[in-house]
Design a protein around this ligand. Structure first.
Ligand code: HEM
Length: 458
């Protein structure tokens, strides 16, 4: 049987324009949903030049070119200024996510201890506890009254990140935290529009004051956590302790309190929203594919019987992992990886001038007509470990690739498997008839208006 014979569900897709939108329509669409400005050719060509405000921008989809940009010639393609503008404004321009060169290297090394495989496995009980608590709440929802699964997953992964990386939720106001991050993300379309038009960032735009105030709140919360930790060291070392203890091998200096706060905010933001979205889309896809759901429930029962999911089960929940991988193919939580050419160079047979933005449109690579069978269909079988790989190296990159690959990739996958299995076996989730969630990219790939679903105890 070929893969094409076994698509389980083909979600309703976005209608991509046949060619690049005219300037005014392009800007309006960019502000509303950047994903809708992507022309169909991104899903069919190996690379594509687009003109944004008379400025050429190169999109690369061919896995060999993607590999050059992100891996083998990564030093020639640093992160694009749009990253500094959109993310740097929120988490600082010198945090692990936004820094470059030696400044980035030592922060990456300093942050790595909590991400060792054995350390992550030690976090499984905390992941299971957060998921079981949420499963109980979802199962107790009022019959017929939709729950917002996206919000429920954000709460769960937020709980996990603060309990594993910051030794406990402390005095965090989880709801306020999530709301402020959302307000910030909602303005990202405007940041992108100002960047495209090369306009200064001090210009006003809707939601800017609220986003700024929210950002101040988030930073103040992180500064408070750093100050509290300095006053009261934690009994078991966590990410914050690793960052406090780190010394730059070149200069011997440690991180200032502001750098610590910026990095904590980076980890909290980068480390919970993305995993929550992977879970949201995976649970929604599963609810639409009854035979996938049946196979998942059988696997979970066989591996874990009725007890809690433990670290011993993680590697054996093979089909659960496949479903999460396939959900991240169709709906990559980070749908675009922006870079810029630092010098005049070539990419394949294309001349690229210094300062040209070079973007990897992950969402388009993952649904590319030349790279995947049944590209828009939900087929978890394509990730079966015993099946010969059906896709090219570099065609699947939910966590990026190369030196800047996601530091939390292994953490996120283990966390997603544990939360997914814990929730699925307790809660029967059903899609709302007629509801077609539309992916909207505000840095991350969120379902527009949340993910309303019906929840009941199994
Ligand atoms: C499904 C979940 C996740 C997805 C899809 C995801 C995706 C990504 C991607 C694509 C990048 C690379 C960006 C680039 O090259 O420009 C990245 C970087 C990063 N991610 Fe994740 N991420 C996830 C979970 C996490 C978690 C759980 C953490 C931390 C606990 C985390 C922390 C980071 C950090 C700090 C970076 C910057 C690394 C560097 O530049 O050295 N992420 N992530």
């Amino acid at each position: 049987m070929t893969l094409v014979d076994s698509p389980r569900f083909t979600p309703h897709g976005l209608d991509h324009p046949v060619e690049q939108l005219k300037p005014l329509r392009f800007l309006r669409t960019l502000i509303r949903n950047p994903l809708e400005t992507w022309p169909q050719a991104l899903f069919e060509e190996r690379s594509l030049w687009l003109n944004f405000a008379s400025r050429p921008l190169l999109f690369v989809m061919d896995p060999a070119l993607v590999e050059e940009v992100l891996v083998s010639r990564a030093e020639i393609f640093p992160k694009a200024p749009i990253v500094q503008r959109a993310i740097g404004a929120a988490v600082g321009t010198k945090s692990i996510f936004t820094a470059e060169g030696a400044d980035w290297r030592w922060q990456r090394r300093a942050s790595s201890p909590p991400f060792r495989h054995s350390t992550i496995l030690g976090f499984v009980p905390a992941m299971e506890t957060a998921a079981a608590e949420m499963a109980g709440r979802l199962a107790a929802s009022r019959p017929g009254e939709p729950v917002d699964l996206a919000e429920a997953m954000m709460e769960t992964t937020f709980e996990v990140i603060v309990s594993t990386m910051l030794s406990g939720r402390g005095q965090f106001d989880v709801e306020r935290f999530g709301a402020e991050i959302s307000h910030y993300f909602e303005t990202v379309g405007w940041v992108a529009a100002l960047t495209v038009l090369r306009l200064p960032m001090w210009l006003p735009y809707p939601g800017k004051r609220r986003a700024r105030a929210g950002n101040r709140f988030l930073k103040a919360e992180m500064a408070r956590v750093v100050a509290e930790r300095r006053a009261h060291p934690s009994p078991t070392p966590d990410l914050l302790d690793a960052l406090i203890a780190a010394k730059d091998p070149e200069s011997g200096r440690a991180m200032t309190d502001m750098e610590l706060a910026d990095n904590l905010l980076t980890f909290v933001v980068a480390g919970h929203e993305t995993t929550a979205l992977a879970l949201t889309w995976a649970l929604w896809l599963t609810a639409n594919a009854p035979d996938v759901e049946e196979r998942l429930l059988a696997e979970i029962a066989e591996v874990a019987a009725t007890g809690p999911i433990t670290e011993a089960h993680v590697d054996r929940l093979v089909y659960v992992k496949q479903v999460i991988q396939e959900a991240m193919r169709l709906y990559p939580p980070a749908p675009l990886i922006p870079r810029i050419a630092a010098e005049d160079t070539r990419l394949g047979d294309v001349e690229v001038k210094a300062r040209t933005p070079v973007y990897v449109p992950v969402y388009a690579v993952h649904r590319h007509r030349l790279l995947w069978d049944a590209p828009d269909s939900f087929v978890p079988e394509r990730f079966a470990p015993d099946r010969a790989k059906t896709y090219a190296r570099g065609a699947y990159l939910p966590f990026g690739a190369g030196p800047r690959i996601c530091i939390g990739a292994a953490f996120a996958l283990i966390e997603a498997v544990v939360i997914f299995a814990t929730i699925l076996r307790v809660v029967k989730l059903s899609a709302i008839p007629g509801h077609r969630p539309k992916p909207n990219t505000r840095l991350t790939l969120r379902p527009d208006g949340g993910m309303p679903m019906l929840a009941a105890r199994r």
